[in-house]
Design a protein around this ligand. Structure first.
Ligand SMILES: Cc1ncc(COP(=O)(O)O)c(C=O)c1O
Length: 459
């Protein structure tokens, strides 16, 4: 069981598979050794190459910074390039944020944010707060600790004996909200579930709540229903729980705003960012904290115990700085907003296919959910690996998607996440839509020919 689940995941290089070898990338395209061109509708491992591939000016920045200094004895020194970039990160965050530092991966950033929350409570004498609430079917990183906080059953199963320390609540999955509930009633039920969980666990035992603004790869770009996060934030404040937003995938323009949560009128206490902040030109992630979280550390002269060898690395900061220059100079976040709205409109043409259940997203974080029956929303059996099949077909036709599954209950449910570089133009969006149409058409006819279970689609 575990073996087959792991084989079906799209993320890691598969030891049993020979991948086409990519030679280089330029803009939204990557090119393999035979010169075949692919539109990178995934942007690396989803939402990384936000500024596009092959920016030689970043190579120059790296060369210049490495020639000067590539690593600092950070226990004793800082540097201008680091300080300037950290200040810039703080300015990029909502008002009220005061400190930032960088680490290397998204997993490290979210874990650091959680550790910061724990230590915040400790230094204020709130020793009982250690639990973290998060949501099922969400991903917050691949260390054992972050798998425990996250809610992806497929990824958790192998490590289950090491996990299950923290409570989880339902994701806000509007497409599959219970029949008969309005969106408003659904939100109310989710908020009741959150508050009930807090009360049951003991409000004084909860350190933080962690959520992605738009649930990305684990569910395929699921936006929250209206006012959901306003309610979540209110409940966090009521019980003294820190609200951490995992903006690893949604940050730095992906949703058409600086951060994904900026779309929902809510300011969190701590932000974890990664992926697109370096455009993929250097492993870089960050924690950005609001002043009311950092002030107790200042007042009590307490050091945050979150150090890493490559924290606040000057090369990473130089790259991050150059990426922000490009984002601003080329108005890339505005392009993401404009192209995102257009793309969602264009994707609606896929509704003509019986197996397209939902089309959703925010900005250029878009998803298509594939179902066996549009009307009952019944998913395909996991054994058919439909999203993977569509993803493979798309690659053959020159478009890279990010297929995934598990949105229904952690195991069932197929989706295609689409997160092209934010520099994409309308013609290139059409290229993705055309390939998607061809793939869906082919898959429909193949399923009709081969599966017994397909009968239910037509009944
Ligand atoms: C929402 C979210 N959080 C955390 C992570 C972990 O980031 P990384 O793979 O850089 O450790 C990811 C990676 O896909 C992610 O999408």
């Amino acid at each position: 069981m575990i073996k087959s689940l792991i084989q079906s995941m799209a993320v890691c290089p598969d030891m049993n598979k020979v991948y086409p070898k990519i030679d280089y990338g330029k803009g939204v395209y990557i090119y393999d050794q035979n010169g075949k061109r692919y539109l990178d509708g995934s942007s690396g491992a989803s939402s990384v190459s936000n500024i596009g591939h092959g920016r030689s000016e970043i190579a120059d920045v790296i060369h210049e910074q490495v020639s000067k200094i590539s690593v600092l004895p950070t226990h004793a020194f800082s540097s201008g390039v680091v300080e300037n970039y950290l200040d810039r990160l703080v300015s990029f965050a909502p008002a009220g944020f005061s400190k930032a530092w960088t680490v290397m991966s998204g997993t490290e950033a979210v874990e650091s944010a959680v550790k910061l929350a724990l230590q915040f409570h400790q230094i204020r004498g709130d020793f009982g707060r250690y639990k973290v609430i998060s949501r099922w079917n969400t991903y917050h990183g691949n260390s054992v600790f972050m798998l425990d906080i996250g809610g992806m059953k497929i990824r958790r199963e192998l490590y289950s004996q090491w996990l299950n320390n923290f409570p989880h609540i339902s994701p806000a999955y509007n497409y599959r909200r219970p029949d008969g509930l309005s969106e408003e009633e659904f939100v109310q039920s989710l908020l009741v579930e959150f508050e009930t969980t807090i009360v049951k666990e003991g409000p004084k035992s909860i350190a933080a709540f962690v959520a992605e603004p738009v649930i990305a790869s684990a569910m395929g770009a699921v936006p929250p229903p209206a006012n959901y996060f306003v309610g979540i934030s209110r409940i966090c404040k009521k019980y003294g729980i820190l609200f951490i937003t995992d903006e690893i995938l949604t940050g730095f323009g992906r949703t058409g705003k600086n951060f994904g949560m900026d779309n929902f009128d809510v300011v969190p206490d701590i932000i974890a960012a990664g992926k697109g902040m370096s455009g993929g030109y250097f492993p870089l992630s960050a924690v950005i904290a609001s002043s009311h979280v950092t002030q107790p550390f200042v007042d009590t002269k307490t050091t945050f115990l979150g150090g890493y060898t490559f924290a606040c690395n000057p090369v990473g900061c130089a790259v991050g700085n150059a990426v922000m220059d490009i984002l601003e100079r080329e108005n890339i976040i505005a392009n993401a907003q404009k192209m995102g709205a257009l793309f969602l409109e264009k994707l609606k043409v896929l509704n003509e296919f019986e197996i397209v259940g939902d089309i959703r997203g925010v900005g250029l974080l878009c998803g298509v959910e594939i179902v066996q029956n549009k009307y009952t929303k019944e998913p395909f059996p996991a054994s058919l690996a439909i999203s993977k099949l569509i993803g493979e077909k798309a690659i053959k036709k020159g478009v890279v998607l990010y297929p995934g599954r598990g949105s229904v209950d952690g195991l069932l449910g197929d989706h295609l996440q689409i997160t092209p570089p934010l520099v994409i133009n309308e013609e290139q969006l059409d290229e993705i839509v055309d390939v998607l149409k061809e793939c869906l058409k082919e898959v429909m006819s193949e399923i009709k020919k081969t599966t017994v279970s397909y009968e239910s689609i037509e009944s």
